[in-house]
Write a new protein. Sequence first.
Length: 160
Amino acid sequence: MKIIALTMLVSLAAILLPSCSEPAAMKTRTDPMADAEDVTTVKIVINGIAHRDGIMRVALFDSPDGFPGEMDTVYRRLETPIVDEPVTVTLEDVPAGRYAVSVFHDEDGDGVMETGLFGQPSEGYGISNDATALFGPPSFEDASFAVASEPVLIRITMNY
């Protein structure tokens, strides 16, 4: 379990660390081929948050390429304060396709996932579908979900 946690930690830190230098606004890569009929909303509900300190960082991937560790492959990312539990974020105008989400509770707001003894994460993280893996991070396939014309609700349970 410690190997899984350490690998997940490294992957999530690589995904979410660069977002600390950006404003709280969402970074978005747009799809010029998508029209209004092919987009919808993705609502992400994050449960099991240990406390309200810090910031919740959210990354939406639209491809298995680089999931979950390469920032240049993230479709959208955002950060939000933790006002209440659960934290809910809504992504608008998401084109139809397959996506996966990773989240990181940046408890001290420094943009770095803190670790404890033996590299165990000491800040929370989560993956869509609550996907897990024995060795390394979960696969995009295990974490992915379909987006079509109807709004999508994703629930993620934090791991601390």
